[in-house]
Design a protein around this ligand. Structure first.
Ligand code: DQA
Length: 146
């Protein structure tokens, strides 16, 4: 199984960006942790990050055929991007939404996810653990739908 972790705007700043909210791990630290977890379960893990909405749309479209699942932390585009939601639906991608923080316990503008309805399910609020749980969700979903 091959899984793409797609990371949206400002997640390249993890580690220095509001660490009291997003934690002290850099995206590269999370990537290493998730890649090791994947190896233990025979899953190939690839990480990508972009600050550009259109680039994320292209990555979702291009994942078809190359990846079994896309695990998506769309960051701020979660709350705004109809284009990203349409890409998941239009390309027929099996996507899982993840967030470091519990978006439902934050500002009202973060409490709506436009992409959620296009995803198999959502995990949020477990810090870097949301990435591990996202991978576990993909593994479980894959087994259940084999
Ligand atoms: C986030 C939550 C978003 O609201 C925010 O814009 C982010 C990160 C999270 O992982 O908690 O950039 O997706």
């Amino acid at each position: 199984m091959k899984v793409l972790f797609l990371n949206g705007p400002n997640l390249n700043l993890l580690g220095q960006r509001e660490p009291e909210i997003y934690g002290s791990m850099k995206l590269s630290d999370i990537e290493e942790m998730v890649r090791e977890h994947g190896q233990r379960h025979g899953v190939e893990v690839v990480f990508q990050q972009s600050n550009h909405e259109g680039e994320l749309v292209t990555q979702v479209q291009q994942s078809v055929g190359d990846y079994d699942y896309v695990i998506l932390n769309a960051a701020a585009y979660t709350h705004t991007s109809i284009g990203l939601k349409d890409a998941i639906v239009g390309a027929g991608v099996k996507a899982i939404e993840i967030h470091l923080t519990n978006i439902h316990a934050r500002e009202s503008y973060r409490q709506t996810s436009i992409i959620a309805q296009a995803c198999i399910g959502s995990i949020n609020g477990f810090g870097a653990g949301s990435y591990i749980l996202g991978l576990e969700a993909a593994i479980l979903h894959n087994k259940a739908n084999d």
